[in-house]
Design a protein around this ligand. Structure first.
Ligand code: ADE
Length: 250
């Protein structure tokens, strides 16, 4: 069977998955590292792409064209946008949107629009990309009974939740309560990160299914840069553990 392509942006997201890969073949292209091997018996190519949308699109394209992957998956961390969520909660994307793609109108200010399109030149009906419905059904049943361990770094309060929702992507680390509130209110984002929707756009262009799994390292508000540093290792591991549990249904 053709491999599953797993993208990560930063070393913490990559480390645990790479450590558990066997029969690994390592290659470097475009400044990115690719580990091809077996993870729990499943054929996987793991990419350490670096941060941001362009890196995600390059890595996605290489995973599809060079390694022949049949599905792309992002495993990593995100900032929470929905005020009901806490650090350590897990969001699996049922839809992704590039929140920094669009146009500035004279009266409206910044208007988010489908990446690669303009309303007066190449209008487009949809905003963002939806995950494959059958894939999400399989993911839901695989994770139905999962119970997530409370974060040790957070003092172990309530156990983390897992939910399905909209993830927003942009080439910006969000460290602003004003922007967090706007992204939640105007775009209905549960979480924000810097790669998922770009990977999804590349996967959609090749007609390949995709999945984005993100554990919250911070809440995208004024303390997000502190929280990110404190929780990055633990939440990156949480996402990777979920991905390993999903491999049999992908
Ligand atoms: N990834 C993790 N936290 C993030 C944030 N606050 N903004 C963008 N990407 C993130």
């Amino acid at each position: 069977m053709r491999p599953i392509g797993v993208l990560c942006a930063i070393p913490q997201e990559f480390a645990f998955l790479a450590d558990n890969l066997t029969a690994t073949e390592i290659t470097e292209t475009a400044g990115m590292v690719f580990h091809a091997g077996r993870l729990d018996g499943h054929q996987v190519v793991l990419a350490r792409a670096g941060m941001g949308k362009v890196n995600a699109a390059i890595a996605a394209t290489l995973l599809l064209e060079r390694f022949g992957c049949r599905l792309l998956l992002f495993s990593g961390i995100a900032g929470g946008l929905d005020p009901a969520l806490s650090i350590g909660d897990v969001v699996i994307a049922d839809h992704v949107v590039q929140h920094d793609a669009g146009y500035y109108g004279a009266d409206e200010g910044f208007v988010v629009y489908q990446a690669g399109h303009l309303p007066f030149f190449s209008p487009h009906e949809e905003l963002g990309h939806s995950a494959d419905g059958d894939l999400i059904t399989r993911v839901r049943s695989a994770l139905d009974e999962i119970s997530l361990a409370p974060l040790s770094a957070a003092g172990g309060e309530r156990p983390p939740r897992l939910l399905y929702g909209r993830i927003l992507t942009g080439d910006q680390f969000i460290n602003s309560e004003t922007l967090r509130e706007r992204l939640f209110r105007e775009l209905g984002g549960a979480a924000v990160e810097m790669e998922g929707a770009a990977m999804a756009q590349a996967a959609a262009a090749f007609g390949v299914p995709w999945l984005v799994v993100r554990t919250l390292s911070d809440l995208a508000g004024r303390d997000s840069h502190f929280d990110f540093r404190q929780f990055v290792d633990e939440v990156a591991l949480s996402s990777a553990l979920i991905v390993r549990r999903l491999l049999p249904v992908l």
